[in-house]
Design a protein around this ligand. Structure first.
Ligand code: HSE
Length: 428
């Protein structure tokens, strides 16, 4: 048998504990597949005396993850602490400097520092692998980097935050509002320590930025992701969208346009009957489109002990088998700084507004849309309550600029109660 691949694991939360379990319980299977044993030399976490339901007595303990990363008996530093900076980044840098390969689940760290870390690793002849950072158990990084390497990627799309999808689909199923479902997600332990990472779209935006880099050969640029969360989505939006044949999803979309790379993470409408429209609960879905393969849809658990540890182990096994790949699928020095394009791809939009019951009110809205060059595809007006009526409009494809012009005109009208809502409709 070949010499073992020795891991040092920093972070023993859900994912770290899951990795320790797999290494302990599936030692024979892993060794058979890799042609060498996978072992753990040392571990590190914030709290030592905590019952994690798995024995750590065989492993050395390090209070300091940087010390763990530098140990002579560690070949691969497995970073599962999280956080974009602080100990996770310091320990990852130390591991690379000490000649270790790195496996991480840390999307925030790579979204902010991916280019520098990948460059450092490649200069040192080491690899950084991050399957677990994107869409939990779905092997999307591998698929994009390896399986689709012969394609020009045309679009990457996905629901990559299970918490948001849980909240949105529960709103639809139960008729409860956003705040009640946010509380429910909290009680179930779905929310990140900072819930804005989930509901503000930041966590999913990190993931999209990483996939964009692989797909389009650009340096990771999280700041270029146009972010919008789900906090403003009302039960009315969900119901009205359903009436028009759509579901609302926090959807990430990345595509290269003639004016640069467009990256968006925002609530969008998708056809209710499409795979994305049918995605329920905390599940993730990634849609990859390439010029040769056409479209691939991958669906699976985006979080949780087993699925995320499964992704970590996929990376560990690649390293054990001697498979070495640049972090983002091509040498970091060759990744280009792509121009940022903001909402240049035309799309149909869904608009909702509350119109006062005045003669000519609807005509005024229609005139403004017409003057902005926006053509109406479908329209529905519901019955008036005391004085207003909800009006839904689905437009034909238009640009965001034209839509914004129309929205500011509509906002100035004296026939509306409240501001109009406009959501992009993504064709899938
Ligand atoms: N909080 C994330 C989610 C999982 O809800 O999908 C970790 O990225």
């Amino acid at each position: 048998m070949n010499p073992p691949l020795r891991l040092g694991i920093a972070g023993l939360g859900t994912v770290g504990t899951g990795v320790v379990r797999i290494v302990r319980q599936k030692a024979a299977l892993l060794a058979a597949r890799a042609g060498r044993p996978i072992t753990i030399s040392a571990v590190s976490a914030r709290t030592r005396d905590k019952d994690r339901g798995v024995s750590l007595s065989d492993y050395a303990w390090e209070d300091d993850p940087v010390a763990l990363a530098k140990r002579d008996d560690v070949d691969v530093f497995v970073e599962l602490m999280g956080g974009s900076d602080g100990p996770a980044k310091a320990a990852t840098e130390a591991a690379i400097a000490a000649g270790k390969d790195v496996v991480t689940a840390n999307k925030a760290m790579l979204a902010h520092h991916g280019q520098a870390l990948a460059s450092a690793a490649e200069t040192a002849g080491r690899v950084i692998r991050f399957e677990a950072a994107v869409a939990g158990g779905i092997p999307v990084v591998k698929t994009l980097t390896e399986g689709l390497a012969g394609n020009e990627i045309t679009r990457v799309m996905g629901v990559m935050n299970g918490t948001c999808n849980y909240i949105l689909t529960r709103m639809q199923a139960t008729g409860q509002g956003y705040n009640a479902l946010f509380e429910e997600a909290d009680k179930l332990g779905y929310l990140e320590a900072d819930p804005n990472l989930d509901v503000g779209g930041i966590d999913a935006g990190h993931k999209l930025a990483l996939l964009s880099s692989i797909a389009f050969g650009c340096q990771v640029d999280f700041d270029a992701v146009a972010l919008e969360g789900i906090q403003e989505i009302t039960l009315g939006d969900i119901r009205h969208a359903a009436d028009m044949g759509y579901r609302i999803k926090l959807l990430g979309v990345a595509q290269m346009t003639g004016r640069g790379l467009e990256q968006r993470m925002s609530p969008c409408l998708v056809p209710a009957k499409s795979p994305l429209g049918q995605l329920e609960g905390g599940t993730n879905m990634v849609v990859l489109e390439g010029d040769q393969v056409e479209q691939i849809v991958m669906r699976g658990p985006g979080a949780g002990m087993g699925p995320t540890a499964s992704a970590v182990m996929g990376d560990v096994m690649d390293i054990a088998r001697g498979f070495r790949l640049s972090t983002f699928g091509q040498p970091a020095t060759d990744l280009v700084k792509c121009e940022t394009a903001v909402s240049v791809t035309p799309a149909p939009y869904y608009m909702r507004m509350s119109l006062l019951d005045k003669p000519g009110a609807l005509a005024k809205v229609a005139t403004i849309l017409g003057e902005a060059g926006i053509s109406i595809d479908r329209m529905r007006q519901y019955r008036h309550d005391a004085s207003t009526a909800p009006v839904l409009i689905v437009t034909h494809k238009t640009t965001r600029d034209a839509l914004d012009t129309a929205l500011s005109g509509i906002n100035r009208l004296d026939v509306l109660s409240g501001a109009p809502v406009a959501l992009r409709i993504e064709t899938v």
